[in-house]
Design a binder for this molecule. Sequence first.
Ligand code: SAH
Length: 211
Amino acid sequence: MTSERTRERLVRRLANAGIRDPRVLNAMRRVPRHLFVDEALASRAYEDTALPIGHGQTISQPHVVARMTEVLLGDGDPPAKVLEIGTGCGYQTAVLATLVERVFTIERIRGLYSRANGHLRELGVHNVRQRLGDGYLGWPTEAPFDGILLTAAPPYVPEGLLAQLAPQGRLVAPVGEPGAQALRLLIRGDEGIEARDLAPVSFVAMQEGLP
Ligand code: SAH
């Protein structure tokens, strides 16, 4: 149930559902999602659904992870330095780590921060730095970032994060109140910020401060 064959079937399903970027499909093929969920749920790891990871949070649906990664990458070279907000169990982090040079990721719940740390070590992922903190503040000492990805939904795109986006950088975020969120892409172009809403999505809310 957790074999490469099952994973390959998921990748094929993602391709049929419109994920086109071969780099992203390859990343989804390489990262063993079953290692990021509880053993009791491992047999469901290659279904295209979100699953609980404790603390009231979920590991995102594979299609959503693939789509957000595709939007973050765009058509050009992958961003070198990426900031992720909402590490959760670290699955999206691991997918990003196969595609970009360096990933910086922030989580506000200590239990998930540690859990992701364990998973990433177990997989030998070396180009990720983790921080326990409030993602609304970003990671000022490492800014600017070529890409910023949020995996929890704020009611609006935080100005502080946008300020940490490099020229030509891309920020991808689910934005809006529960029940009315859209996946939004913001690009820092020569003439300022260009924003586009891509699809309706459903994410856990981004919380302010530490628990
Ligand atoms: N990318 C994750 C999905 C995790 S769900 C995965 O693949 O598993 C969203 C995560 O965002 C949760 O773990 C939640 O605790 C975290 N989160 C919510 N608000 C946050 C904030 N202000 N700063 C950092 N993390 C936050």
